[in-house]
Design a protein around this ligand. Structure first.
Ligand SMILES: O=C(O)c1ccc(Nc2c(-c3ccccc3O)nc3ccccn23)cc1C(=O)O
Length: 457
């Protein structure tokens, strides 16, 4: 269905970028025309599935199996997770009911890391697809939230002796293989082989991966925010073109980033996201930073009500150590996509023109605003320490035949060149009364959409 040029005047061209939002229940269906549900991704219209691999943080295994068409439910399924102890045992138990399901536990050797990566590898009889998303493999992540999905083109199988390594200008295949080999898991070897046997030259996005470790030397720029810095240094906009353009970060959780902005956020991290091509030494005036994170009232008045906040785990213990963040906060507003009340679990990052009509690049990823996900430089900046597994994709205009920048799509129907940014630009600052959503304190003053209060135990 996704490759069919629908009759609906808006439907065509929506696979230009391969970037979609998930369907949201309870809003005008006009806002779901370009959106996808997990059942659409796994449907027979996408290919005759032979086997699949599902990378994620949270799994409801029976629910996941139900999302496959009945004829695909007994195909080999590899589940890659990072759970340990009781939760690992729960997953092992749940999988026992399905003889076609195998589990693969990612090694979590650095404290506080998570296996956050949300990715599907789909092997068909005539090729394969890679899908990178922000949604967990549980019902509520695909029900009333704003989530992002990138669906690759169908990558054809390489002929046996085919010379070309089947890679793209963005080194998509090489970077995906480098990411998977970093797990050092025998259980992934067969999928690394499947990827080697397919022609991925049609991939126009860059891979942004994170793998736990202390990455140095050549590997220092292979993952995390230094990978993004490296791509922007080489292929990004020129310094003169984006001088003073704001960096926008949008996410659903926030890690601890030190007592002031210059520890990591407005130094190392913003340095990478505001990188431009050319005169490396030329320090552009610091790029303005706009951070989009739901307010308490965004959550309270959302389609789900306060329970949406269970997926926005920002703790008061962390928040009170970094009040400086507050000045950068902006509300969640997505009138453009009819999703102001569909709380964000998507994570996106972009560089926006001052008039907010253009963007120099766009990234969608599992990475929240945290050192665990993006990495933090250590030992006199000689190594990048990352705690979690993450993956995302970066869109650069020139890879999609756009002149210099992407025009921001400012209404539902997308014209060819416009990029469908999932929320309203420019972002709306918090009011004086607004507070960031904190998930571990009670809210008993005002009821939510369903008339309930929030009393976390
Ligand atoms: O995407 C997201 O915003 C996201 C954010 C955090 C997250 N981890 C997480 C963790 C945790 C466990 C171990 C070490 C670090 C941790 O943060 N404990 C909870 C509890 C409830 C919800 C999430 N929790 C998972 C996701 C996700 O949905 O994948």
């Amino acid at each position: 269905k996704l490759d069919q040029k629908g009759s609906d005047h808006c439907l065509k061209m929506n696979d230009r970028f391969g970037f979609y939002l998930t369907k949201v229940a309870g809003i005008d269906n006009a806002h779901n025309l370009h959106a996808v549900h997990i059942k659409d991704i796994l449907s027979t219209s996408m290919g005759n599935l032979q086997a699949s691999a599902q990378f994620n943080y949270m799994f409801d295994i029976p629910w996941l199996i139900q999302q496959y068409p009945v004829e695909f439910r007994s195909k080999p399924l590899l589940i890659v997770h990072g759970m340990q102890r009781e939760t690992k045992a729960e997953y092992d138990m749940a999988a026992m009911n399905y003889s076609n399901v195998k589990l693969c536990q990612a090694k979590m050797e650095i404290m506080y890391g998570t296996h956050h990566t949300k990715m599907m590898l789909l092997l068909y009889d005539n090729g394969m697809r890679v899908v990178i998303t922000t949604a967990n493999n549980i019902h509520q992540d695909w029900y009333q939230k704003t989530q992002g999905v990138w669906i690759s083109p169908l990558f054809p199988k390489l002929d046996k002796g085919e010379a070309s390594a089947g890679d793209s200008d963005t080194h998509f295949k090489k970077d995906l293989l480098e990411y998977l080999s970093a797990y050092k898991l025998n259980g992934l070897k067969e999928w690394q082989e499947h990827i080697k046997q397919h022609n991925m030259s049609s991939a126009k996005v860059f891979i942004l991966g994170s793998v736990p470790g202390r990455h140095l030397g050549e590997k220092k720029t292979a993952f995390g925010h230094l990978k993004l810095r490296k791509i922007l240094q080489e292929h990004g906009p020129s310094v003169s073109e984006v001088k003073g353009w704001p960096v926008v970060g949008q996410f659903s959780s926030i890690g601890s980033m030190g007592p002031n902005k210059d520890n990591w956020l407005c130094a190392e991290w913003r340095e990478s996201l505001s990188t431009a091509k050319g005169l490396g030494g030329l320090r552009t005036a610091d790029a303005p930073l706009k951070l989009i994170f739901p307010t308490k009232d965004n959550i309270r008045l959302s389609l789900e009500g306060y329970p949406a906040g269970a997926s926005v785990p920002y703790s008061i213990h962390t928040a009170k150590k970094q009040q400086f963040l507050h000045e950068y906060f902006h509300q969640w507003r997505a009138e453009v996509q009819g999703r102001s009340r569909a709380m964000p679990h998507i994570k996106t990052y972009l560089r926006m023109s001052p008039d907010s009509k253009k963007i120099a690049w766009f990234a969608v990823t599992s990475s929240n605003l945290s050192k665990a996900a993006w990495g933090a430089l250590e030992k006199k900046q000689s190594q990048l320490m990352i705690r979690s597994y993450e993956i995302g994709v970066l869109f650069l205009p020139q890879m999609f035949g756009a002149e210099k920048f992407f025009e921001v799509q400012d209404k539902e129907c997308q014209n060819s060149g416009e990029f469908p940014v999932p929320y309203d630009l420019p972002p709306t600052p918090y009011t004086k009364q607004d507070r960031p959503w904190l998930w571990d304190i009670p809210y008993k003053d005002l009821p939510d959409t369903h008339g309930n209060m929030w009393c976390p135990s």
